[in-house]
Design a binder for this molecule. Structure first.
Ligand code: FAD
Length: 382
């Protein structure tokens, strides 16, 4: 039996890494499947009572699912139930001579899971050490770092379909993974809750060491004797040297995506800025605002664009871009979501003026709309 406690009017300040102080009308910490079912039942009841009273089909008790709150910007109070997923459990689902298929509950901490695999001698995940947040959120934006993306080690995702209440399974291809993107940000946005992720890990090394900072840091190591502990610890050291810990300085990691642009756009920028940092992109990744289809595409380093435009370390009204990494927006004085959005608009406008391209925001922005309709906002692009 589940004894889910649902609290009323709770601040989410300690449940988002930008430390924005918004209130949620209802709040629950969920640690097992039965509690999750109870939470969903609560939302259903609230909505059916509301629609009986108002004869309206509009949902007055929307659902917000949070893991670590490290990829959200909570702008306004949330009028529904916020569920923080804390489900636990790691089991081997299957194994072959070459691979381990590891089933991990959505509420497990991502970094702890990486280190668990590294300790066990399972490879492919080590470059993703120290990314904050939960396992269940990792497929949402296909987390990636140091040359590896989740898609490379994901077998399948299990989720609750909120319309039917059924458990569904999405294989890797079904997830439509792309650069910081997946079906969970598109057709399945707000339609499922991911309950379990199954990772496919290798029993032998599958190094991905071409990312420049990693390559430099490991240049003295002999690849024949390299261990996944060494790679993971190297990634951890690089990250600690560049990225602020949200516990000390509230932030949501990289705030902007690296824009993917057409060759023409890249060449135009290069004429004015010959040193612009960019990489050709082979995949069909797309950036909605800046891409011209069927051309060779280039991924521009958003950090370079921001740095050159003078945003690195720049403060405006208590909000700042980090002084060691221009891509990281920090909220040291715990300003409101509205103040933060005003700052972001400034940055986006300035970059557009200077380079003629729009930066896309990486974390999901949640705002209420004027008629009191529920968040979640659809677009994270300003
Ligand atoms: P949350 O912020 O809680 O949620 C994010 C979104 O996913 C929300 O819309 C939420 O509703 C939804 N969601 C969460 N869990 C579920 C679920 N179980 N089912 C359905 N929807 C769900 N990201 C990278 O890709 N690479 C990096 O290197 C990286 N570095 C970072 C460094 C720092 C310092 C910080 C603060 C963030 C960084 N991030 C990075 C971003 C973030 O860590 C990842 O996006 C992470 O996967 C978010 O996990 P979370 O549990 O905190 O998600």
């Amino acid at each position: 039996m589940s004894d889910l406690t649902i609290q009323h009017n709770v601040s989410l300040q300690t449940y988002n890494t930008l430390a924005i102080d918004v209130q949620t009308r209802w709040f629950a910490l969920v640690s097992n499947d039965a509690e999750l079912q109870n939470a969903l039942q609560f939302v259903k009841q609230q909505n059916s009572q509301q629609s009986l009273q108002t004869k309206s089909s509009q949902k007055k008790c929307p659902l917000l699912v949070l893991g670590g709150g490290s990829n959200v910007v909570l702008v306004d109070d949330f009028p529904g139930l916020t569920v923080v997923l804390q489900t636990q459990g790691i089991t081997i689902e299957n194994e072959t001579d070459e691979q381990i298929f590891l089933s991990v509950a959505a509420g497990e901490n991502w970094h702890d899971t990486v280190m668990y695999c590294v300790d066990k001698g399972w490879y492919g995940i080590e470059n993703l050490a120290l990314i904050p947040g939960s396992v269940g959120a990792a497929p949402i934006q296909n987390i990636g770092a140091y040359g590896v993306e989740l898609t490379q080690i994901l077998s399948y995702v299990e989720a609750i379909d909120l319309a039917s209440g059924e458990l569904i399974r999405l294989n890797n291809a079904d997830c439509h993974f792309a650069y910081r993107d997946s079906i969970f940000k598109g057709a399945l946005k707000d339609k499922v809750i991911i309950t379990r992720v199954v990772l496919a890990l290798s029993k032998t090394p599958v190094w991905s060491l071409n990312y420049p900072a990693l390559q430099d840091a490991l240049s003295d190591h002999d690849i024949a004797t390299l261990s996944s502990h060494t790679v993971a610890n190297t990634v951890i050291n690089i990250r600690n040297s560049k990225l602020p810990n949200p516990v000390d300085i509230p932030n949501a990691g990289s705030f902007f995506k690296n824009p993917i642009v057409s060759q023409q756009c890249y060449e135009r920028i290069q004429q004015t800025y010959p040193n612009v940092v960019a990489f050709p992109v082979a995949s069909a990744s797309s950036n909605k605002q800046n891409v011209v289809q069927n051309n060779t595409q280039y991924k521009l380093a958003a950090g370079w664009l921001l740095d050159q435009a003078g945003w690195k370390g720049k403060w405006v009204n208590d909000i700042a871009m980090h002084d060691k990494q221009a891509l990281v927006l920090t909220n040291p004085n715990k300003c409101s979501g509205r103040e933060l959005l005003a700052f972001v608009e400034n940055v986006v406008e300035d970059i557009h003026t200077k380079y003629g391209i729009y930066l896309e925001v990486e974390p999901r922005i949640y705002t209420a709309v004027s008629d009191g309709q529920p968040i979640p906002s659809i677009s994270s692009t300003l």
